[in-house]
Write a protein that binds this ligand. Structure first.
Ligand SMILES: *[C@@H]1O[C@H](CO)[C@@H](O)[C@H](O)[C@H]1NC(C)=O
Ligand SMILES: *[C@@H]1O[C@H](CO)[C@@H](O)[C@H](O)[C@H]1NC(C)=O
Ligand SMILES: *[C@@H]1O[C@H](CO)[C@@H](O)[C@H](O)[C@H]1NC(C)=O
Ligand SMILES: *[C@@H]1O[C@H](CO)[C@@H](O)[C@H](O)[C@H]1NC(C)=O
Ligand SMILES: *[C@@H]1O[C@H](CO)[C@@H](O)[C@H](O)[C@H]1NC(C)=O
Ligand SMILES: *[C@@H]1O[C@H](CO)[C@@H](O)[C@H](O)[C@H]1NC(C)=O
Length: 446
């Protein structure tokens, strides 16, 4: 790099260095975690590193003090107790700090721009960070920083990807981008509230296993590709109109899930094992592009999804609900399986199965309204599938007396293809974590 050369395209540079570092660590989370626009500061001779600058002592970093801009990745690792970068304003590449298990403090207060990733991994005693000027960073990728309680960021407004896992950070203050690809915050036990003014999330929003009662508020979020929540206590995303792929709500203490403006969900909608959930509002959703799974939400007594016309996968509704209506339902490409200890009316679904609207196998088990106690016992006695299918072949007149309807068809779109949702979510989470953190341990138990 010649002295005084000005970058006409910082993007190309950043993309090049990113591709290297991403493949090095097999990071699936930072997708295109480089910035599309940034400052253009000339890179002086001696400030350009085609193979990354690896610093194992402060003296290595001091050599950068004559550089306003650095072209290439900076990697810090080794036994440093504290480290800092002075004078540098722009890093056209990554800043990575790995396995520096003695590092307590790191500062880079002059840096305004990092086009690649700010990767901090496996810094077991790091307790203080200071990035007082950082406004633009391709990706924040922080994993296993078990003593870090604050971000040290004050004004990040541009950032494509955020992964914060296994830290004791309690607040995401200072991180305020408008559009991101990934927002993944998991296993931060001190994080009791997650609020953000992000407007779009083009890949995945994942919030899992943070503090026991983590509240989530995304007041400006309009759409997200995937959303996945585990173990949160409330979810407030009032403006969201679309989930382009899947939406999953698992093992949370939320009392309600209210998404009145969402009109379509492009993939699966899964609501599983939320023991305090008593109310769901997806009243504007007309189509589900994957499966619909609502199971084991013990307080959920009523399910009305009366605008949904089509479900591309299977429908699985299991629990203790007394009321389940899907008044607009015309097409289910997969199977249909409703099973409740309560009093749901199977007749509309049975009719839909008979006229071919439900293309896969059909099962509906519920107590009947008239004779509740005998109906409940008939349910238990008709557990075996042979009894169930003979029910359906008998005649429609049997449906009012019988509590179990079932039919088999040749369609093979099975429940299992749908109920893999939570495992897929777990796998995605695990892949974010290189150091066998709590995320991996907890999720492998799912
Ligand atoms: C960091 O340490 C882990 C575990 O000891 C090791 O697997 C990994 O390769 C190290 N990373 C670097 C960049 O040295
Ligand atoms: C997701 O859906 C929204 C609203 O329909 C749309 O504006 C956006 O472009 C979609 N995003 C993707 C990645 O398809
Ligand atoms: C988003 O959802 C799709 C469809 O369910 C899934 O294949 C993909 O892995 C998900 N992506 C992430 C990052 O969770
Ligand atoms: C359904 O969505 C439309 C527009 O997105 C909105 O005007 C309407 O109020 C929503 N319906 C309900 C019941 O919230
Ligand atoms: C629902 O709860 C039962 C009993 O706690 C459990 O055996 C089952 O695995 C749960 N189902 C799902 C899909 O988590
Ligand atoms: C069941 O839900 C439907 C639709 O919300 C409602 O009209 C009906 O009154 C409910 N029935 C019972 C018994 O709660």
């Amino acid at each position: 790099m010649r002295f005084g050369q000005v970058f006409s395209s910082t993007l190309a540079l950043a993309a090049g260095s990113l591709a290297r570092s991403v493949s090095d660590v097999q990071d699936t989370t930072s997708l295109t975690a480089s910035l599309t626009s940034t400052t253009s500061i000339s890179v002086a001779s001696g400030c350009s590193f085609s193979n990354a600058l690896t610093a194992t002592a402060q003296s290595d970093l001091d050599k950068l003090s004559g550089c306003q801009a650095v072209d290439g990745d900076i990697i810090i690792t080794g036994d440093l107790g504290s480290a800092s970068i002075a004078n540098v304003k722009a890093i056209y590449g990554d800043l990575q700090i790995y396995n520096a298990t003695e590092l307590e403090f790191f500062a880079a207060d002059s840096v305004t721009t990092i086009t690649g990733s700010l990767k901090l991994h496996g810094l077991t005693i790091l307790s203080q960070l200071s990035f007082g000027s950082l406004t633009s960073v391709g990706a924040i990728n922080w994993v296993t920083l078990p003593n870090l309680g604050e971000t040290g960021l004050t004004q990040v407004t541009e950032c494509n990807s955020i992964l914060i896992s296994d830290t004791i950070i309690s607040s995401l203050e200072g991180i305020n981008p408008t559009n991101v690809e990934v927002f993944n915050v998991n296993n931060n036990k001190e994080m009791t509230s997650i609020t953000s003014s992000i407007e779009t999330i083009s890949n995945a929003l994942t919030i899992a296993f943070n503090g026991d009662d983590t509240t989530v508020e995304f007041s400006d979020l309009i759409w997200a590709n995937n959303i996945t929540f585990y173990s949160v206590s409330s979810i407030d995303i009032p403006e969201i109109v679309a989930v382009n792929k899947s939406a999953g709500f698992f093992e949370s203490s939320v009392s309600s899930l209210e998404f009145p403006l969402i009109t379509s969900i492009g993939g699966d909608l899964t609501i599983e094992n939320n023991e305090d959930l008593s109310f769901i509002d997806f009243s504007n959703v007309t189509a589900i592009g994957g499966g619909l799974v609502i199971v084991n939400n013990t307080e959920l007594l009523s399910i009305s999804l009366d605008e949904i016309k089509s479900v591309t996968g299977a429908v699985v509704l299991k629990g203790d609900f007394d009321n389940c209506t899907m008044e607009a339902l015309k097409t289910v490409r997969g199977s249909f399986d409703l099973d409740t200890t309560g009093y749901a009316d199977c007749s509309p679904f049975k009719k839909l199965s008979k006229n071919g609207g439900i293309q896969g196998d059909y099962t509906c088990k519920a107590a009947t309204k008239k004779t509740s106690s005998s109906a409940k016992s008939s349910k238990t006695s008709s557990k075996s599938s042979s009894t169930a299918s003979s029910d359906s072949s008998a005649s429609s007149s049997a449906s009012s007396a019988s509590s179990t309807d079932s039919s088999s068809s040749s369609a093979t779109s099975s429940v299992s293809s749908i109920s893999s949702t939570s495992k897929a979510g777990a796998a995605a989470l695990q892949s974010t974590s290189f150091f066998g953190t709590m995320a991996a341990i907890l999720l492998s138990l799912l």
